[in-house]
Write a protein that binds this ligand. Structure first.
Ligand SMILES: Nc1ncnc2c1ncn2[C@@H]1O[C@H](COP(=O)(O)OP(=O)(O)O)[C@@H](O)[C@H]1O
Ligand SMILES: [Mg+2]
Length: 295
């Protein structure tokens, strides 16, 4: 964004929320509707790149067709001029990755809702024929009740089984997505379908209930190698409060061979609806404090 400017088109910039490598996210107000929005603006470097501009348009094209309470809404896009931007529904202040770090207890207390809502949002995208390709806690916004919204559609690809694939949409990309959540087939740069997202979601479920990633590596290569061939520990060996059923579900989602994973999220949601995630529900932080004081 140019220095000293507080307007981009009809949007009045309020403040910077996050700065990434290719974009900055600002809180802004739409002067027409008076609504608070989030503006995703390409950095000075990124806006010179035709590829990045295409990503921005791609993200708009996908998100503008989606309509679900667990998916962020998109309002507009501009890929020309000084400040190419995407305008989005203003979500929560923090993403799930940040809140798993800063509000551990509250997030644990809400994890059944978080797990359901993150899955419902992703299912909506799958139902539209897309693979997200970058499912991770940073790409969900979450509120205090554990309601979530899926964001960041830049890397979406048509599901190979979907009709869009036959029309030739989507582009191959360098290892896109974050290594800690990447499926074996994504690492191998094979064609992706929704089962790749189901693997990444399994990594995320694991992290939500254990506070840890299923795999960590001594180097980026070592981490990728583990996704390809190491066995993830059962989630309930890390957190004893996790039920066997939930731990088994995560293990199934993390199968190296995509044929062995649940093949769609309807199945995952079906399995989830018939089980408990924890043996005893993690208490609300206010209750934890009270028992500390009593002790
Ligand atoms: N609509 C939004 N409302 C509030 N915060 C957002 C919104 N969109 C993105 N953010 C914040 O900005 C971060 C980066 O946005 P994202 O779209 O994931 O871009 P990147 O391509 O840099 O990953 C998110 O992790 C989140 O913290
Ligand atoms: Mg992101």
């Amino acid at each position: 964004m140019g220095h000293g400017r507080d307007f981009i088109d009809q949007y009045r910039i309020i403040r910077l929320i996050r700065a990434g490598s290719t974009c900055q996210i600002f809180e802004a107000v739409d002067g027409n509707s008076k609504q608070k929005v989030a503006l995703k603006i390409l950095t000075a470097q990124a806006r010179k790149s035709k590829v990045e501009l295409r990503f921005l348009q791609h993200e708009f094209d996908i998100a503008s067709k989606l309509d679900h309470e667990n998916v962020i809404k998109v309002f507009g896009v501009r890929t020309t001029g000084n400040d190419p931007y995407l305008s989005l529904e203003f979500g929560q202040q923090l993403n799930l990755k940040q809140r798993l770090r800063t509000d551990k207890e509250l997030m644990a207390h809400r994890s059944d809702n978080i797990i359901e809502k993150t899955t419902l949002g992703l299912q909506h995208l799958h139902n539209h024929g897309w693979v997200h390709c970058d499912v991770k806690p940073d790409n969900y916004l979450v509120d205090d009740e554990g309601n979530t919204k899926l964001i960041d559609f830049a890397l979406c690809q048509p599901s190979r089984t979907g009709f869009l694939a036959k029309l030739g949409f989507g582009r191959p990309k360098e290892i896109a997505g974050t290594r800690s959540y990447m499926s074996p087939e994504q690492i191998r740069r094979r064609p992706l379908d929704i089962r790749s997202d189901i693997y990444s979601l399994g990594c995320m479920y694991f992290e939500i209930v254990t506070g840890k990633m299923p795999f960590t590596g001594s180097s980026p290569e070592n981490l990728l190698q583990k996704h390809l061939s190491a066995k993830a520990p059962p989630a309930n060996t890390i957190n004893r409060n996790v039920t066997q059923e939930f731990s088994d579900l995560v293990t199934d989602m993390l199968r190296k061979n995509k044929e062995s994973r649940p093949d769609n999220l309807k199945k995952v949601l079906g399995v989830l609806s018939g089980m408990r995630i924890y043996r005893s529900k993690p208490p609300h932080p206010s209750e934890i404090q009270r028992s500390d004081e009593e002790a």
